[in-house]
Design a protein around this ligand. Sequence first.
Ligand SMILES: Cc1cc2nc3c(=O)[nH]c(=O)nc-3n(C[C@H](O)[C@H](O)[C@H](O)COP(=O)(O)O)c2cc1C
Length: 170
Amino acid sequence: MDVKDAIANRLSIRRYAQASIPPDHMETLFKSLQLAASGNNNQNWEFVFVGDADLKSRLVGACANQSFVARCAYFIAGVADPSQKWHMVDITIAFTNFTLQAAELGYGTCWIGAFDENKIKDLLGVPDEKKVVICMTFGLPQGRHVARKRKAIDEFIFVERYGNRWRHDT
Ligand SMILES: Cc1cc2nc3c(=O)[nH]c(=O)nc-3n(C[C@H](O)[C@H](O)[C@H](O)COP(=O)(O)O)c2cc1C
């Protein structure tokens, strides 16, 4: 699969098959996090991978009762040092790499932004001075998932000046 296909195939997956993930796939996915760009190459990111069924069940309540959190292979918390300027961006780039690498390997992901940070910190033992920036579910998709609609390109691409819309025929 090339990058274009990985981008096109990535969808938010909220239904997961019960399957374990081979260690070599996990290593490839970890590499996708490791190789992400980051502000000043600070690599201001740490990731807590939760595969334990009981812990995942308890995480549901920390994630606005999104029940699929309990059924993914791994729930991942993206943790950063919030005293550094680009912490939100760094985590997001790394997780974006992860979503595309996962898509290439046939796995699904879903960003989880609806969460109670304090509850996640308590459950996962994240230190007070760190920030849980964003979370993600990951696993083998189950069933069919449908792509969500996107804005037309000319609604958000401007050329040279804000408001000067991209036209396909120019
Ligand atoms: C920052 C962020 C937070 C999100 N939080 C949630 C969430 O808590 N629960 C959920 O089901 N989806 C969540 N999503 C997924 C979006 O709903 C999804 O990306 C969007 O609807 C587009 O669909 P697609 O990912 O299938 O292309 C989040 C996405 C982002 C980028």
